[in-house]
Design a protein around this ligand. Structure first.
Ligand code: FDA
Length: 505
């Protein structure tokens, strides 16, 4: 009955001249399963027996989003909003309560305005589509966001978003200057009409707590015509531990044009102890400037010009995404993660260098897993200049780097999942003495339900603060205040949605 009532409601409130089957996909329709499966970038839940969405809506404009919100409210259905489907805990396509998915795949236009150095990008576009469209218009503009092209704009900007220009230009969300949001009353609001509080909250306060963000206006940033990339792998017998130890004190202080991250991984078979650290860098300039800079700041790495490749900024985006030299830009338009597999990840922030023995303990644990990665992303530069309360993302000055612990596996069985989850949790436990504390902090875009979830649809602010303070520190309270005004019924709710500051209306 709810289903029929939902469809009838949609017929009343959506545009008459568009056939409802063009945007409303019901279980049993050929498009339903395809949409459900293709959008899950973490296939961990593909075979799950949990509730499936009653409908998937692929809106072709604002009206179908507005009517979906209205008709879900009328019929007590929850809403899941999906842009790129990369949520680490599947929050854009899973729910325990009866729900619909609003999948923004058809809303992915990118309009670049080089004269004013801005762009409007719809939430359903991917980072790859954004980078591609900027590069088509200009050789000297770019945008500071994540390194994986298939990540969706909607979720990424909602949680912050960092990549290899984070030290020069901050987060993706730091560079958002306007947005269109559809709120719980189905109103379409821009920055002026939503007000500065809500505009503050949607830039990093986490997806799907305040409404559906349809599009974002961003400030493009300047990049040189030629940038430089290097990847230097070091094994343990080549001094990997000592180099990572040194990197910790250097990476955050480097000139902000230079970004060097470290990817620690097991490159051999399980237990053969072939672990290595790759120093992966983007320098916003030419090799001739980079070599003397590295000799001054990080001579231990022994960088030589033959290790470096000059390329355009868009080629560097392809290189960071793992594509070989000469790859056509068109791959940036692929919406599926090229390394898609089941995964679980956790995160930390580091404020003091980890001693060498601490690092050695990471290696010891990594050899137990075949597809394990520990990724260290340096901050400093622009990140230290932006205040902790400028947007909800609070991890600024004082943080040397972010750590992501990631484990992947191919066989999707309950036993395999348990084993790999146990491994990453054990590593996380081991890291406790070396990372931020009181509270131990985490990055919202690396969503982790182990930190805590809203067990009840109207979980109190105090209970939710248990996980919320880890992502947002003191900004969590302001997020709850904004939520109480913007969505007083707590309609946009899920396991880690921002709670109301007091009971719902
Ligand atoms: P998805 O569609 O799953 O949305 C994520 C969350 O946001 C969900 O809660 C969803 O409901 C909500 N949401 C989505 N669209 C919304 C909208 N329009 N309005 C309101 N709420 C919305 N991060 C990073 O900072 N740097 C990086 O380099 C990477 N790289 C990376 C690679 C890979 C392979 C993965 C799987 C993830 C990353 N990430 C990342 C993390 C990524 O930023 C994070 O998972 C984003 O939330 C993904 O956004 P999507 O739109 O793809 O996800």
């Amino acid at each position: 009955a709810t289903q029929d009532a939902f469809v009838s409601c949609m017929l009343i409130y959506s545009r008459r001249f568009i056939n409802i089957s063009d945007y409303l996909h019901a279980p049993g329709s050929p498009s339903y399963i395809a949409l459900l499966q293709s959008s899950q970038q973490n296939p961990r839940w593909v075979n799950s027996t949990g509730p499936k969405p009653q409908y998937i809506i692929t809106p072709s404009g604002d009206i179908e989003i507005q009517s979906s919100i209205l008709c879900s409210r009328k019929n007590s259905l929850e809403v899941r909003v999906l842009s790129g489907g990369h949520d680490y805990e599947g929050q854009s396509y899973r729910s325990k309560a009866p729900f619909i998915i609003i999948n923004l795949i058809t809303l992915r236009a990118v309009r670049v305005d080089i004269e004013n150095e801005t762009a409007w990008v719809q939430s359903g576009a991917t980072l790859g589509e954004l980078y591609y469209n900027i590069a088509k218009k200009s050789k000297v503009h770019g945008f500071p966001a994540g390194v994986c092209p298939s990540v969706g704009i909607g979720g990424h900007f909602s949680g912050g978003g960092f990549g290899n220009m984070v030290r020069k230009y901050g987060l993706a969300a730091d560079n958002v200057i306007d947005a269109y949001v559809i709120d719980v009353y189905s109103r379409l609001l821009d920055r002026e009409t939503m007000g500065e509080d809500l505009f503050w909250a949607i830039r990093g306060g986490g997806g799907s707590s305040f409404g559906v963000v349809v599009a974002w206006k961003i400030k493009l940033v300047r990049v040189p015509e030629m940038v430089t990339v290097f990847n230097i792998p070091k094994k343990l017998d080549q001094g990997a531990s000592e180099l990572v130890h040194r990197w910790q004190s250097v990476a955050e202080k480097l000139p902000e044009d230079l970004f060097i991250r470290v990817i620690m991984q097991n490159v051999g078979q399980v237990y053969n102890k072939t672990v290595e650290a790759t120093f992966q860098s983007l320098y916003l300039g030419e090799v001739s400037e980079l070599i003397p800079m590295m000799s001054e700041w990080f001579p231990e790495l022994g960088l030589r010009s033959e290790n470096c490749t000059e390329m355009t900024w868009i080629e560097s985006a392809l290189s960071f995404a793992g594509y070989p030299k000469g790859q056509s830009w068109d791959v940036l338009l692929t919406r599926t993660d090229q390394y898609k597999s089941n995964f679980k990840a956790k995160s930390d922030f580091v404020t003091k260098p980890i001693p060498i023995d601490g690092l050695k303990g990471i290696w010891k644990r990594m050899v137990e897993e075949e597809l394990a990665f520990v990724i260290l992303e340096p901050f400093g530069g622009r990140m230290s200049e932006i205040s902790k309360s400028e947007i909800p993302f609070p991890h600024r000055k004082g943080n040397l780097y972010n750590i992501q612990y990631l484990v992947k596996w191919d066989v999707n069985t309950g036993k395999a999942t348990k084993k790999h989850m146990y491994w990453v949790r054990k590593l996380y436990k081991y890291m406790k003495p070396y990372v931020s504390h009181s509270p131990r902090r985490a990055y919202q875009n690396y969503r982790d339900f182990d930190l805590g979830v809203n067990k009840h649809p109207n979980t109190s602010y105090n209970k939710a603060a248990h996980w919320g303070n880890k992502y947002f520190k003191s900004n969590f309270k302001r997020l709850a205040q904004v939520k109480s005004k913007a969505d007083p019924f707590n309609f946009f709710r899920h396991e880690q949605s921002i709670p109301l500051i007091s009971k719902p209306k």
